[in-house]
Ligand binder design. Structure first.
Ligand code: GLN
Length: 451
């Protein structure tokens, strides 16, 4: 704990943490020491982690990177966090992220941007940027992030660490501040696949507080092995051929594909015919869900209330409007407006219903693909980490950073990003592996072989 506190202090300029729990972490460490002496220590005894600022931890602030939750304190602990604590994890602090997990660069945080430790003029990716940089810079051993469209995998790729998004419903969302409920997944970021697998194993499983969580038994992911036969592996043709993907990334991906082929596996290119509909479907559905989820932040029940609203006049509508206008940042406001639009009476069928139908088609196409293949391989991102400010004025370009990651959330499948070398200037490259629902065991087993 002391070592990490020193390193955190030396790396304050990265802005990875929004709050450090120094004294509490020291106390936790002492308690763990005692348990080790008593022989009662849990499986994570001594593991120092950070948690993204969207996870509730009772008695601690939780802000989702937003002014609207100023001074808000969590009233209970997220199931995933509690399960880690039950195994004696030590929580050293909470980590910076894009506001309400909306973003791909961590530039949408009210705490300011996070810097990539590989090159501080570059973004760390988002929205779990602080969580990825904290692992990258050795400020904690692992982090817990959330992934709605790539927010664990994309920053992991930009920072050269491992990021795992489990199957939708594998980990309870109780205590995770909602962005888009039918997409949101909690996931670990770590230095090794083994650490990520262990954290998943402990966080996963049934929970009475989340009706969408799966009751499928949790297997020992850390012990998982691959079937004793050549694997059937598909790779995304666009990932190695499209001119929209950086050449170094295409080459690094091709090298991994060749290695799989040389190991005797069946490796074949595939096209996703609905690829160009992935981002539109994702953004219509997630903004719709976000506009509904974020309606609870009204200036009355949580955190920030506009000081300029005249509460004595009891003009509730003005209070809502001012609090929400002042409390939410530009990207969150943009998404609430877009979501409200696609859900409005005259456009509901044209946008929301249509996007739901396309979501089903995308899922069907994936089901067919995974009848033939065990895994789908692609780059995690089309480019390495871009410069701070480079895409802030171009939201559509920013959204393209998620082109390879959103599919897993649209269909609810598990996917992992593992480091795949660096480009000529030393910027990390990520490789993504995807597997069918609840095949996290095989997924981490293959990831381990490849990293
Ligand atoms: N960048 C994507 C978005 O802005 C994904 C975010 C996430 O996974 N939370 O929606």
């Amino acid at each position: 704990v002391e070592q990490y506190l020193i390193r955190i202090n030396e790396h304050r300029h990265l802005n990875a943490f929004t709050e450090i729990y120094a004294d509490e972490a020291r106390q936790q460490a002492e308690a763990v020491d005692q348990k080790i002496a008593d022989g009662t220590a849990g499986r994570l005894a001594g593991m120092v982690i950070g948690i993204k600022d969207v996870l509730s931890y009772t008695g601690h602030g939780v802000r989702a990177g937003s002014h609207i939750l100023d001074n808000f304190t969590a009233q209970f602990t997220a199931t995933a966090v509690q399960r880690l604590l039950n195994e004696d994890v030590i929580i050293i602090g909470r980590q910076n992220c894009d506001e309400f997990a909306m973003g791909s660069s961590n530039e949408n945080s009210s705490f300011g941007p996070v810097l990539n430790a590989a090159d501080t003029s570059r973004v760390p990716g988002g929205s779990s940027g602080g969580s990825a940089v904290a692992v990258q810079a050795g400020l904690c051993l692992a982090s817990i992030g959330s992934d709605t469209g790539g927010s664990v995998r994309q920053p992991a790729a930009f920072c050269g660490v491992v990021g795992l998004k489990p199957t939708y419903g594998r980990i309870s969302r109780w205590g995770l501040i909602a962005y888009a409920s039918s997409f949101d997944c909690i996931g670990p970021i770590a230095n090794t696949v083994d650490d990520a697998a262990l954290l998943l194993e402990i966080m996963a499983g049934a929970d009475d507080f989340d009706s969408t969580v799966s009751s499928q038994p949790v297997s020992a992911y850390t012990q998982a092995t691959l079937p004793n036969r050549p694997l059937r592996i598909a790779y995304l043709r666009d990932g190695v051929e499209s001119s929209g993907v950086d050449q170094t990334i295409r080459e690094a991906t091709q090298a991994k594909i060749n290695a799989l082929q040389n190991a005797g596996h069946t490796v074949e290119p595939v096209d996703i015919s609905l690829l160009k509909y992935l981002l539109p479907t994702y953004y219509i559905l997630t903004t719709a869900e976000a506009s509904s989820n974020l309606s609870r932040f009204d200036g009355v029940r949580y955190g920030y209330r506009s000081v300029s609203a005249d509460t004595s006049a009891l003009d509730l509508l003005t209070l809502y409007k001012k609090s929400r206008t002042e409390g939410f940042g530009a990207e969150v406001r943009r998404r609430i407006l877009l979501g409200t639009f696609v859900l409005s009476a005259s456009y509901y069928d044209a946008y929301y219903t249509k996007a739901q139908q396309v979501r089903r088609l995308i899922r069907q196409e994936a089901e067919q693909l995974f009848e033939k293949y065990d895994f789908l391989v692609s780059p995690t991102t089309p480019t390495p980490a871009f410069r701070l400010g480079e895409k802030t004025d171009y939201p559509l370009q920013m959204y393209l950073a998620d082109i390879f990651t959103v599919q897993a959330n649209v269909i609810g499948y598990p996917a992992i990003s593992i480091p795949n070398g660096t480009d000529a200037s030393g910027l990390p490259i990520g490789l993504q592996l995807m597997a069918p629902p609840f095949a996290e065991g095989a997924l981490v087993a293959l990831a381990k072989q490849m990293y």
